[in-house]
Design a protein around this ligand. Structure first.
Ligand code: SAH
Ligand code: SF4
Ligand code: F3S
Length: 443
């Protein structure tokens, strides 16, 4: 009997990518991948542990799976990803959870063995070793998208921002061979992908035998057939001027950047170990806009980091008003086990204050985001067709612009020959919080 496998993915894009790697690893061993949890006898949750609510979501889900299924049939539940390395065997030892195996982000090649041990012998098996070398460069993920190819160019993080658990769950930085990356992208182009998004926990710290992130971006932008290049997530400390200049010069590199601010106050930034001040961050934004005046810039912000005062929080507001980010992901500080902040700084900003701060920031940012979207009305843009319908309507087409924003347009009458993956020209006619509206101009 083939073992039927289902993988459910939580957390960031790296986990989505890793789940595709796991599918390739298991497909080779003749496991059957099934489309629904209820059809599987081995369920794996590829987990995130970046904030406490991420953990809670997964633990609730484990209970739900076990309670709904376990009495009648054999079912194994495995935990992959960042919770595996963060909690290690504690997960297996919890009698209420009844987890059967765990594998950390660098142990996926061991999965067939781990599953076998659990299945054949009932062993609680685990491998949460972090590697200094594993980049999975020999494994091609099972990509299903067909338009955008995600591609991990580096893994791990050496930055140790004091609030963040990622360096502990993902281990040290290591980069993949650039020639191997270029080969894979050429192959992807031959399969019809025209957009590639480079991934890494700290993507612009890429470094391989003297080749840095700017060099790699240049190599990729010179590949025939690659029309759009994006990357995520970068760190503000690794934005040399030559990278911004290259981005401005190469049409294939999208004029879109994620610049995680985290906090606007320099004392708080220092306590976070972000290695830049408020002024340095603002100067980086100015330099970015010097090279790319219309660049779409998004950010991440944490409110209520230990000891952050009301006055210091005003600096975060000051920065978001000055920069006018196109969008922002705003989080309440969540204390994570093992991090430097958890060891050194008590979580002393109350839940009530965190809530007040996040609501205030969201209000200000939502207003800015919508205002900036509105300024695009009337512009002609080239968009990439992603779907011939939207979540809401079969009469609309979903596309994406260079700035990574969703652009919705009605199907024209009479219908023309348009396909997923096509680039078309549209005129922006409206804006909402989540998307832009447009009308078709030409192919
Ligand atoms: N590698 C990415 C970050 C991954 S975590 C990067 O450096 O940008 C994504 C975001 O989660 C971070 O940018 C931060 O804003 C948020 N985050 C991380 N740890 C957190 C914590 N302990 N509490 C609240 N938010 C956190
Ligand atoms: Fe976490 Fe900082 Fe590394 Fe990003 S750069 S993954 S926030 S430690
Ligand atoms: Fe979460 Fe791990 Fe990604 S903690 S954000 S899944 S790197």
């Amino acid at each position: 009997m083939k073992k039927k496998i289902f993988i459910e993915t939580y957390g960031c894009q790296m986990n989505v990518y890793d789940s595709e790697l796991v599918k390739t690893i298991l497909a080779e061993k003749e496991y059957l991948l099934v489309p629904e949890e209820s059809m599987a006898n081995i369920v794996m949750l590829n987990t995130c542990t970046v904030r406490e609510n991420a953990d809670r979501k997964v633990l609730n889900r484990v209970h739900q799976i076990k309670n709904s299924r376990h009495q009648k049939e054999t079912i194994l539940v495995g935990i992959l990803g960042c919770m595996a390395t963060n909690f290690k065997t504690k997960l297996l030892e919890d009698p209420k959870l009844k987890i059967d195996f765990i594998a950390g982000p660098d142990s996926y090649k061991q999965l067939p063995q781990l599953i076998e041990n659990a299945w054949e012998h009932g062993d609680k098996s685990f491998d949460v070793t972090l590697s200094e070398f594993e980049t999975y460069s020999d494994i091609t993920p099972t990509r299903k998208d067909g338009i955008n190819a995600w591609l991990a160019i580096m893994r791990g993080c050496n930055n140790f921002c004091t609030f963040c658990v990622v360096p502990y769950t993902r281990g040290r930085e290591r980069s993949r061979d650039p020639y191997n990356i270029v080969q894979e992208i050429k192959h992807l182009v031959s399969e019809g992908f025209s957009q590639v998004t480079l991934l890494g926990q700290n993507v612009n710290s890429y470094q391989y035998d003297g080749i840095d992130f700017t060099d790699l971006m240049r190599m990729i932008s010179d590949i025939d057939g690659v029309k759009r290049i994006r990357y995520t997530s970068p760190h503000p400390k690794d934005f040399p001027e030559k990278l911004l200049q290259l981005m401005s010069e190469k049409p294939a590199i999208c004029k879109q950047l994620h610049m995680p601010l985290q906090a606007g106050n320099s004392r708080v930034l220092d306590k976070m170990n972000r290695t830049y001040t408020k002024e340095e961050f603002l100067a980086l934004i100015d330099l970015t806009r010097h090279y790319m005046p219309t660049a779409n810039i998004s950010t991440d912000i944490i409110v209520g980091f230990p000891t952050e005062t009301d006055q210091e929080f005003e600096d975060t507001i000051d920065v978001i008003k000055k920069v006018e980010f196109d969008s922002a992901f705003i989080f309440k500080y969540s204390e994570r086990p093992n991090t430097r902040a958890a060891k050194k700084f008590p979580d002393d900003v109350s839940e009530e204050v965190k809530t007040k701060r996040i609501m205030r920031l969201n209000d200000i940012q939502n207003e800015i985001s919508l205002r900036k979207k509105n300024t695009q009305i009337g512009q002609t843009q080239t968009v990439l067709v992603e779907a011939l319908y939207t979540k809401r309507s079969t009469d609309d087409i979903q596309t994406r612009n260079d700035a990574n924003q969703i652009v919705i347009l009605p199907k024209v009458d009479p219908p023309f020959d348009i396909n997923i993956g096509d680039y078309i020209n549209v005129k922006i006619t409206g804006a909402t919080r989540n998307s832009l509206k447009a009308m078709f101009i030409s192919v």
